[in-house]
Design a protein around this ligand. Sequence first.
Ligand SMILES: *[C@@H]1O[C@H](CO)[C@@H](O)[C@H](O)[C@H]1NC(C)=O
Ligand SMILES: *[C@@H]1O[C@H](CO)[C@@H](O)[C@H](O)[C@H]1NC(C)=O
Ligand SMILES: *[C@@H]1O[C@H](CO)[C@@H](O)[C@H](O)[C@H]1NC(C)=O
Ligand SMILES: *[C@@H]1O[C@H](CO)[C@@H](O)[C@H](O)[C@H]1NC(C)=O
Ligand SMILES: *[C@@H]1O[C@H](CO)[C@@H](O)[C@H](O)[C@H]1NC(C)=O
Ligand SMILES: *[C@@H]1O[C@H](CO)[C@@H](O)[C@H](O)[C@H]1NC(C)=O
Ligand SMILES: *[C@@H]1O[C@H](CO)[C@@H](O)[C@H](O)[C@H]1NC(C)=O
Ligand SMILES: *[C@@H]1O[C@H](CO)[C@@H](O)[C@H](O)[C@H]1NC(C)=O
Length: 900
Amino acid sequence: MANMWWACTVLVLCSAFGRGHDGPRLSLERLQPHGGFAHPSSSPVRFTFAPIIGKRRGVVMQGFWLHVSRRGHEVFNRTFTTQLPVAEVQLLPGRYQWQVQWFSTDGEVSDPASSDVVVADSGGDVWTGIPWMGANDTNEYEAQFDLSGSQSDQVELLVTTLGFGYVQINGQDVSQDILSYAGWTRTDRRVLYRNYEVTKLLNSTAGGHLFVALGCGYRCDPKGRFPSYKDPAEGSQDTVPKVFRLQMRINGRLAFHTGTPGAWRRRQGPVTQDSVYDGEVYNPRAVGPWVPSESLPVTHGPPGAMVAASFPGVQVTRVDHPISITAPAPGVHVVDFGSNVAGVCQISVPQAATVMLKHGEVLQHTAMPLKKIDPSRVYFDNLRSAAANDTLILDGPIQNWRPRFTYHGFRYVEVYGFPGQLTAEFIERLVMNTALPDRVNVTLSDEVLQAIHMGSKGVQRSNLMQVPTDCPQRDERLGWMGDASLSAASLLAHWDYNHMVSAFLDSMVDEMGTDGSLPDVVPFQRFGGRPADLSWSAAFLENLWQLWQKDGDLKPAQKHWDSVKAHVSSLNATYTAAGNVTKLPQSYGDWCPPPRTPGGQATETPPAGFTSAVSMLRSVQQAADLGTALGGAAAKDVESMITWHKNMLGAFHEGYYNPVNKTYANGVMATYVLPLAIGAVPATELQAVSQGLLKYIADHGNTWTGGIITVRFLFDVLHDVGAAATALSMLQKKDYPSYGYMYFNAYEPANESMWEVPDAPNRGPGMNSRAHHMYSSVGHYLTARVAGISVSRGHHVEMVVGQLSQVNASVATDFGAVQFSWSRQPSLTVEVTVPVGILAYLFVPVADGTMRLRSFDGQPFGEGLHSVVAGSGKYRRFTVPSGAHTMAVEREAVSGEFIV
Ligand SMILES: *[C@@H]1O[C@H](CO)[C@@H](O)[C@H](O)[C@H]1NC(C)=O
Ligand SMILES: *[C@@H]1O[C@H](CO)[C@@H](O)[C@H](O)[C@H]1NC(C)=O
Ligand SMILES: *[C@@H]1O[C@H](CO)[C@@H](O)[C@H](O)[C@H]1NC(C)=O
Ligand SMILES: *[C@@H]1O[C@H](CO)[C@@H](O)[C@H](O)[C@H]1NC(C)=O
Ligand SMILES: *[C@@H]1O[C@H](CO)[C@@H](O)[C@H](O)[C@H]1NC(C)=O
Ligand SMILES: *[C@@H]1O[C@H](CO)[C@@H](O)[C@H](O)[C@H]1NC(C)=O
Ligand SMILES: *[C@@H]1O[C@H](CO)[C@@H](O)[C@H](O)[C@H]1NC(C)=O
Ligand SMILES: *[C@@H]1O[C@H](CO)[C@@H](O)[C@H](O)[C@H]1NC(C)=O
């Protein structure tokens, strides 16, 4: 039997390097950090780049030159002899240019590449003495300025606009950032500003015309839904919702600002009404006269600390054209953009008219609980109080108008009153979101899995809107913490979300009570309570922990360590007050499980407090992990947490487990999945509980029956107990209830989106977003365990050849793209590209054949022929060196020898 495997197939490797010198010159990509947002001055700036080696044999980086300058003066210039494309440099606050060039072992040198980086002024001192400007019933400002500079001068604009707002110099936007430069924070705690280099926009004496337009954002609303722009303190002087603060600095020196006397004028502009939820009314006839404008007294305006924004702004990230336009009634056009995402329409109107655009997610259909159904018209009821309506009152033609102070979540728009026939040349959709580069593209050889992947990524993008919002269309769009917790791992897998979520963590700390409690929604507006449901406040530790797991970034945990301790104390107080881990409070729990019949009542829930206990245990575990990783005093801090966690985990098992029938609590899906997910099941019971879960699934239509918390962990749990095939077949289903049903149902197939409730077509308008990210947690499973590629600690990549016949995946890292694809047509071929600096492991199923790998220069590499059990199955693991490699299974030619 020992010779059996000689007859097996053999996987051999050849390298693209061997195929001739067809590659480009040495080059670079993905420079980080890049301009557009600031880096905190408290820690060194981490410079990374991706050395592109092309497809050439044996090219290895030997080192690089890093040059940093400020206004033409050298600040840093050093040669690094290393194969890791990373350098950390401590820099004083300011704007820098940096340049990098790398060289290879054979003496070749890359072209230089350069980028800007801003290091933030940490104390906000740069704003001392600079007043806010704002007035009630005013939304436009202008000023002429002349800094009397020369062409070699560098001019920066530091600016914040509240609520929404934008700035133009000499008729041009100062940045591609839209909605607001300020993000969305609690402005009595922190106000974000941005720093733009505007030198190129100025005239030859560094002067010109400044224009500022403001909207409500989250600080005012015609219907009073955002009432709390005032800080809660008595006697607040933050009384004007639309305010801004700006300064221009020439070569770092203050030259012009909102307090410059006599410079400013203001007026009521053409936007007569604006609301995040309702849209904008644009009426050029309503424009008032310019009048002189005074700044507010220096003690007035939002009192929070001025902090440089450390993550990208919202930008137009794609332009979509209509896929169809119909005219179902006189004066009404219905435009279909083909997918349900966040953005606004840009429209041209050829002559005077009053034109209204009302945005919706789906067309009416027969499954809807509606009295009257017109399938040619758009459904709006699920927007609740959000009018999602932009209105233009025009006395002449207009070109390329778009609203600036709102956004909508929509696939369809009903256009009323367009003069003549509306055609695609008049209207397009500007897709908008916080402009995070994506981290992964995956193509899976299964249409259902592919639709879910695109839906998960798409719905998350639509909710990257300054904070991670729940949904982009109805009267919410809030930083719901439960969603931010459940999606954390998949957001970090799909997007360069690290800077954005770090800022969101700052906002959580802004909302933390003195008792360490957190609210359900951050910033705390409109809905939710305090203290939060424990599965909602779990967002705090979940995001800190995932940043460490995925990016190896412990800085946010370090920065917020006191808040971590305060929060764990509040968990302890909740636990002590409840008296038992099985009696914890819960307001939402395992939200939105699929009802047995679409449109019916959801029945399957674990007992109240079950998900709270799971989330508390997970949070305390994560705090303990982070403290241990931080070391020093933090490691000491967590000693008592570790003991507490251990006791609580035991009490959870004791309190919920029935050793006779081998189930926890009432034996619904959540009660199998969640104890397995948090490691509460003792080794002796693992087999029985895992089998219980599989039986439960088989008895319940081979699909999921739990809510958002269950589904977040379900597929990973199945994978880890060796049932990856079950997970995959559940995900490949198209019938109700399933993820596939969202994309392959007869009523309203989703595209680039994901529903809030599993039976959306049949449910009423109350809580029925068609673009909600709370179920998007599955995206992580699809990339990490179906496509099989995952990155941890920023540079450790695992690639596992999975069950599908064909997969193509590309993952961005700081050091460049990792490519991973395989095909089993007819026999296994694997292609891998690994950049310099990445530690990569490849796992190939033993079942695909016995193999031996060697590198392009004939040296054997890695730990081949080393079998491991990882997740679901038995694999051989290889360490893959940098370079582009192709491997194919081939028939063993000669018995007794390897093909190599
Ligand atoms: C960096 O310093 C070296 C000398 O050590 C010099 O040759 C090189 O030109 C400098 N680089 C830049 C970009 O100034
Ligand atoms: C703006 O209006 C509010 C509410 O009416 C009022 O309290 C406040 O004093 C006004 N602020 C200014 C600067 O006019
Ligand atoms: C630049 O703009 C400022 C402000 O509008 C104006 O005063 C100045 O004359 C302009 N300079 C030139 C050279 O056009
Ligand atoms: C859109 O908004 C305008 C202004 O508020 C309002 O007059 C109009 O009735 C709205 N149209 C629709 C279709 O809701
Ligand atoms: C994914 O594809 C998009 C569109 O082609 C591209 O812009 C992006 O860079 C890709 N990202 C990765 C990580 O491959
Ligand atoms: C939790 O609180 C109790 C009493 O309030 C205290 O004795 C215990 O040390 C606390 N546990 C932790 C881990 O802080
Ligand atoms: C906690 O509650 C469970 C039942 O839910 C019970 O079995 C257990 O004895 C309780 N523990 C304590 C310490 O009261
Ligand atoms: C196991 O027993 C408990 C307690 O009697 C019960 O609540 C639960 O539903 C049972 N589970 C199953 C799967 O029968």
